[in-house]
Write a protein that binds this ligand. Structure first.
Ligand SMILES: *Cc1c(COP(=O)(O)O)cnc(C)c1O
Length: 465
C-alpha cells in the first residue's frame, strides 16, 4: 500500500483491518446463530446494560466499538437470520442482499436525487420495474422504495387522497383537509393495524372508515361492500397477517373501477404470491387496483428495512410527494425523492436490486413455493398429531390451537423458551393460536422437521390446565 493511502486510512479511522474483522465477526455470527437458541438468553439481554450509561466523554476506536457490538450485542439478537424463526411475518436476508447492504453502507449514497447517487437512482428504478414484472403489475407504475409496508400504505394512500380530491377540484397538498370534500375509506374488518395508522397520518382517521364484514378466513365479503363513488378509497388486503387469505379482488376491484373510486392493495407479503405460477391465481384481480403496498423485507428476503409503494398512475404519487426548491434542479429523468415521503434516504433500492438479481424469476417463485410447502408440512404434522389448524393454509401462514387459550399460550411459551424455533401467539376470530409464518429463504426441510419435533414436544409437556 502507498504510504499516502495508509495515512488516509488512519485519518479516516477505517484502519486496514476493521472491515475484514467485521466481516469475520458477521460470518462467525451467522455460523453460530444457526446452532443457537432462536430467542436470546435472558442473561444476554441483561448484559446489554454494559452498552448503556451516560454519553461517554472520550472517543473509542472503531475496532473497539465493533468488538463491543459483537461480544455484547450479538448474543442478545433474535436469530432471524437462520431458518427457524417463524414469528410475525419476518423474512431473512438473502446472501446477495446482505452483501449489497454492506456495499451500500460503504458507499454511503444518498438516494434522494440522481445527482447525489446515479447508481442508487438507476438500480432503484430497475428494481421497481422488476417488481412490477414479477407481480404482474403495469411496468410503468409510479414507484417508491420506502421503509416498509406501513410507509408504503401511507405513500399509496397519499396518492389516492390527492387523486380523488384533485378530481373534486381540491388541492390537498396546498390546502389540507380542513374544508375539503369528504372522502370515504372502506376497509375489511381484518385490515392490518398499520393501514389504520397510515390513514391516521393522512388525516383520514382510524375510526372514520367503513368496515366491511369478513368471512372465517378474514376475507372481505364483496356482497357487503357499501356504495362506492368517485370519492371512495377501498383498501383490499392481499395476505391476511394471520391466515394469509386474500380479499376477493376481481369482485371488489371491478366494482371500484366502475364507480370511479380508488382501489388500494395492502399486500405486504401476500402480493408476492403473484410471483409464483403455482400461487398466482390467489392474486387474480389485484392487478386491476390503482395502488399496491408491499414489503421486500418479508417474503423476498431483503434485509430491513425495505418496503415498496406502487401506483398505477405516477402523476398523483408525484403530486403528493414532490417538492421544489431553488437548489433542486430537475432533469427529465426519474428523481427518487419525487415519489417518497423521505428526502435523504438510504439506497435500499440497491439491496432490492441485488436480492431480485440473485433470485431471478425462478428463484423468486421457488422461494414462494418452498416456504408455502414448508407451511403445509407444519400444518399436516400438527393436524396429524391431533391439533387443530384454524386456517386454510393457502400460502405460508399456519394457525394452530393446542386446546384452550391458556394451554396454547403455555405451549407457545415452552416453544420459545426451548429455543429450537420461535413462533408467536395471535388471536384469530376469538381463538388463541400459535402462528407459524414460513418466510425465510434459509428454512430447510431439516429446520422444519426439527421445529415440528420441538413444537410437539412442548405441546406434549404443557400441563392440561
Ligand atoms: C407486516 C404487514 C404490514 C406492516 O408492514 P411493515 O413493513 O411492518 O411496516 C402491513 N400490512 C400487512 C398485511 C402486513 O403483513
Amino acid at each position: 500500500m502507498q504510504p499516502g493511502s495508509t495515512r488516509h486510512a488512519e485519518e479516516t479511522g477505517h484502519g486496514e483491518g476493521l472491515l475484514p474483522l467485521v466481516a469475520r465477526m458477521a460470518a462467525a455470527y451467522l455460523e453460530q446463530a444457526a446452532g443457537r437458541n432462536v430467542a436470546p438468553e435472558p442473561s444476554a439481554v441483561e448484559t446489554l446494560h454494559q452498552l448503556d450509561g451516560p454519553f461517554p466523554a472520550t472517543p473509542a476506536d472503531a475496532e473497539t466499538v465493533a468488538r463491543w457490538l459483537d461480544t455484547i450485542g450479538s448474543p442478545a439478537t433474535v436469530v432471524n437470520a437462520a431458518g427457524r424463526y417463524f414469528g410475525f411475518v419476518n423474512g431473512g436476508t438473502l446472501p446477495a442482499a446482505l452483501a449489497a447492504s454492506w456495499l451500500v453502507s460503504a458507499w454511503d449514497q444518498n438516494s434522494s436525487m440522481r445527482v447525489m447517487s446515479p447508481v442508487a437512482a438507476a438500480l432503484e428504478q430497475t428494481a421497481l420495474r422488476w417488481v412490477c414484472e414479477a407481480l404482474g403489475l403495469p411496468p410503468d407504475c409510479g414507484g417508491a422504495v420506502v421503509t416498509g409496508a406501513t410507509m408504503a400504505n401511507f405513500t399509496c394512500l397519499a396518492a389516492a387522497r390527492h387523486a380523488l380530491l384533485a378530481r373534486a377540484g381540491w388541492d390537498v397538498e396546498q390546502d389540507g383537509l380542513f374544508g375539503a370534500p369528504v372522502l370515504t375509506v372502506v376497509i375489511g374488518e381484518e385490515a392490518h393495524v398499520s393501514l389504520l395508522k397510515a390513514l391516521s397520518l393522512l388525516g383520514l382517521g382510524r375510526a372514520r372508515v367503513h368496515r366491511v364484514p369478513v368471512d372465517d378466513q378474514g376475507r372481505m365479503r364483496a356482497l357487503d361492500l357499501p356504495a362506492i363513488d368517485t370519492r371512495t378509497i377501498v383498501c383490499l388486503q392481499a395476505g391476511n397477517v394471520n391466515t394469509g387469505a386474500f380479499d376477493p379482488a376481481i369482485e371488489v376491484c371491478s366494482v371500484v373501477r366502475d364507480a370511479g373510486g380508488w382501489a388500494h392493495v395492502d399486500g405486504a407479503f401476500g402480493l408476492w404470491a403473484a410471483a409464483s405460477p403455482r400461487y398466482r391465481h390467489l392474486t387474480e384481480g389485484l392487478e386491476l387496483a390503482d395502488s399496491w403496498a408491499t414489503d421486500a423485507h418479508k417474503w423476498p428476503n431483503v434485509g430491513y428495512d425495505c418496503g415498496i409503494a406502487l401506483v398505477r398512475d405516477f402523476n398523483p404519487l408525484r403530486a403528493a410527494m414532490s417538492v421544489s426548491a431553488s437548489y433542486l434542479a430537475h432533469g427529465s429523468e426519474r428523481e427518487p425523492s419525487h415519489y417518497t415521503p423521505e428526502m435523504s434516504r438510504r439506497a435500499r433500492g440497491v439491496e432490492l436490486w441485488a436480492a431480485l438479481r440473485s433470485l431471478g424469476c425462478q428463484g423468486l417463485s421457488g422461494l414462494i413455493d418452498r416456504t408455502c410447502r414448508h407451511a403445509r408440512t407444519f400444518a399436516g404434522a400438527l393436524r396429524q398429531a391431533g391439533y387443530e389448524i384454524l386456517n386454510e393454509v393457502a400460502i405460508n401462514q399456519v394457525l394452530v390451537s393446542f386446546g384452550p387459550p391458556d394451554v396454547t399460550r403455555e405451549v407457545i411459551r415452552r416453544v420459545q423458551q426451548e429455543g429450537t424455533c420461535w413462533c408467536g401467539a395471535t388471536e384469530w376470530q376469538g381463538r388463541t393460536a400459535m402462528r407459524i409464518s414460513v418466510s425465510s429463504w434459509a428454512t430447510t426441510d431439516e429446520d422444519v422437521a426439527r421445529s415440528i419435533s420441538a413444537i410437539l414436544q412442548a405441546a406434549s409437556q404443557a400441563p392440561e390446565r
